[in-house]
Design a protein around this ligand. Structure first.
Ligand SMILES: Nc1ncnc2c1ncn2[C@@H]1O[C@H](COP(=O)(O)OP(=O)(O)OP(=O)(O)O)[C@@H](O)[C@H]1O
Length: 608
């Protein structure tokens, strides 16, 4: 099979990879479906071969030879020809059914393989990369691109084989019947190749556009669903409908172009085929005048030629489908090949259980490469949290507090300096161990659409019901969960709508209790709550913090007054540190922040 040179990468390595990674695992099924396709193709051509003996035997009453092997005496054609046609039809049907069943299973098996691999690559990708692309793009790759590959490399490939074989068999029969005529026919081949090439290229361009726009469409849809409150409050439904309409329109244009390329390739090659038929007619008419060709031979030849045209149309069509599949495969492999930069070192060591001291030593960090002009987000940060200590990060918005928190579980790696646990650089530790020792509670906790029990046990899948309930009790969540009609079996997807912010927060705290990690990261865990919920959540958090190394971010300084140490972070640097009382006494940035929040005993709003 010659692949169209429509892909930006050379087709051969791409095909090799599709074979190695996906098709070779299903060799037996693929081989069998190819065999079925070959039988279908050959049967189609073989039945056509009966035309000549049928006409000569049935109408002219001659003795005829079928396929060069079966000799039918004069007058017996009426019995033999229909019998042979039914026999061939039966074989043809069985092979066609087998082909369809195998290809369906194979195709959907392969699409499943691709989707699973793609999801695996996506979920392991660096946070930086996931943040840089909207999830809509990933969704459309998993659903749309993977299906294009399936269509091309199972259905497309097997049908291609079938029609290519029919074509070869028909041309062979034609050459056997009359090689001179066949030579004329083959003169049309370069023209057909030209048609295939041209439409393959068009197809590639349209497919690439359609894939990009499908990504944009799913992005637009997801974004609208995420932002539905804002859309409603601002009365922007019509504007959003128009915006999505534009994306739909752009996608439609590409899809139509690609559908056109696919649909037009067939008729264009048909036109070439018709010109060839006309040439054959002219030549055959001239031959018949000299008595060099019988009616049967002529009719059979034209029948074969028509069949060749039909298969050629299919082959041309499929060539464009293959081109589409290759373009999609190119994009999919591009996504699959990106290796995460945050990886475990080959000689990574396990992290023993027990209390831990976390430290940032001369840590600098930039989100992008400094060489490309990214400003450093953190500069030479020194910070330590010992077991049982609560350390708070405060400071102006954008100062770098959340960034510090994301360095601990290695969501990002430092640009300079090091983050240590018990004195060991976290990049030398097993990644799973590191993350296993950290519990994270954020401002808006995420709940999966699963039962509340499963949500609490997310970090410890084997937890018993008793352990789950103990954690919920410690998090002050047991009471409200038990009051729900389905208790712990209530699905968070549905209950998410009924749970208050404080209740969701307590489910997240229960999750952290159950994980029982020695490091606790709290990212504004109480800032979204009203005073009543906050008191409950605050009490639960204080129980959770006992004995752990806790690093917390808080905007409201009231929540950090009891911290062992407070670091004031501004423009990526630690500008002050100490206890609440120390810092108020220093009369620096903290004291100004505290005064603006009325925490220094003086009236609010007075900034020194
Ligand atoms: N994923 C990212 N890519 C690039 N820059 C980022 C990213 N996340 C944060 N930043 C930038 O890094 C700086 C520090 O942000 P960070 O979120 O750590 O600050 P913060 O102190 O937690 O702020 P806030 O109190 O508003 O939450 C900001 O200038 C922000 O724009």
């Amino acid at each position: 099979m010659s692949a169209p040179d429509a892909s930006s990468r050379p087709a051969r390595p791409l095909l090799g990879r599709i074979w190695r990674d996906y098709l070779s695992r299903h060799k037996a099924a693929l081989g069998l479906s190819m065999l079925c396709a070959a039988v279908v193709g050959i049967m189609a051509a073989t039945v056509l071969q009966l035309l000549e003996p049928a006409i000569d035997g049935l109408f002219l009453g001659k003795a005829v030879t079928i396929w060069g092997v079966i000799t039918v005496p004069p007058g017996r054609a009426l019995l033999w020809i229909p019998l042979i046609i039914v026999g061939a039809g039966l074989i043809w049907t069985v092979a066609a059914l087998g082909q369809a069943a195998l290809v369906n299973r194979l195709g959907h098996g392969i699409v499943g393989d691709i989707q699973i691999k793609l999801f695996g690559a996506m979920i392991r990708a660096d946070l930086a990369r996931l943040r840089a692309q909207h999830s809509g793009g990933f969704v459309s790759s998993v659903l749309f691109d993977a299906n294009l590959v399936r269509e091309a490399f199972t259905n497309g490939m097997v049908n291609y084989t079938q029609h290519a074989l029919t074509l070869i068999a028909v041309i062979a029969y034609m050459a056997w019947s009359d090689w001179r005529l066949t030579l004329i026919v083959l003169l049309g081949a370069p023209l057909i190749a030209l048609v295939i090439r041209r439409f393959g290229k068009r197809m590639k361009k349209a497919t690439t556009g359609a894939m990009v726009e499908t990504g944009n469409l799913s992005t637009a849809l997801m974004e609208n669903l995420d932002g539905v409150r804002l859309i409603k409050i601002e009365n922007r439904e019509d504007a959003e409908q128009a915006r999505v309409g534009e994306v739909v329109g752009r996608r439609q244009r590409h899809v139509i172009k690609s559908a056109d390329a696919r649909a037009f390739a067939g008729p264009m090659s048909n036109l070439v085929a018709m010109i060839v038929v006309a040439a054959v007619m002219a030549y055959a008419g001239w031959q018949a005048r000299d008595g060099a060709m019988t009616v049967g031979a002529f009719a059979a030849y034209i029948g074969l030629l028509m069949a060749a045209g039909q298969s050629l149309r299919q082959v041309t069509n499929l060539q464009t489908v293959m081109s589409e599949g290759l373009t999609a495969a190119d994009r999919l492999f591009g996504a699959l090949d990106i290796q995460p930069e945050i990886r475990e070192a080959p000689d990574a060591e396990p992290l023993p259980h027990g209390p831990v001291t976390v430290a940032l030593e001369g840590v600098s960090f930039a989100y992008g490469p400094l060489s490309e002009g990214s400003a450093p987000t953190l500069s030479e940060v020194e910070l330590v949290v010992r077991p049982g200590e609560t350390v708070a990060l405060v400071g102006p918005s954008g100062g770098g507090k959340s960034t510090i928190l994301s360095l601990l579980p290695r969501f990002y790696d430092v640009t300079a300096g090091r983050v240590t646990i018990n004195g060991r650089d976290i990049r030398e530790l097993k990644l799973a161990d590191l993350r296993d020792r950290i519990a994270l509670v954020t401002q808006e906790p995420f709940l999966f659409d699963d039962t509340l029990a499963a949500n609490i046990a997310y970090g410890r899948p084997g937890a018993t019901q008793d352990q789950i309930e103990d954690a919920a009790r410690a998090a002050a969540a047991h009471e409200f969960i038990s009051a729900l009609p389905d208790g712990y079996q209530t699905r968070a997807g549905e209950a998410g709508l009924r749970l208050s912010g404080g209740q969701r927060q307590r489910v997240a705290i229960a999750r952290a209790f159950l994980k029982d990690a020695p490091i606790l990261l709290l990212d504004e865990a109480t800032s979204a709550l009203d005073t009543e919920s906050e008191a409950l959540v605050q009490a639960a958090l204080e129980r959770l913090m006992e004995g752990r190394a806790t690093l917390m971010i808080a905007h409201r300084l009231s929540t950090v007054q009891n911290a062992d140490r407070i670091y004031v972070i501004s423009a990526g640097r630690v500008v002050e540190q100490g206890s609440h009382a120390d810092l108020v006494a220093q009369k620096g940035l903290y004291s100004r922040l505290a005064r603006s929040q009325a925490l220094d005993g003086q009236p609010a709003g007075v900034v020194a």
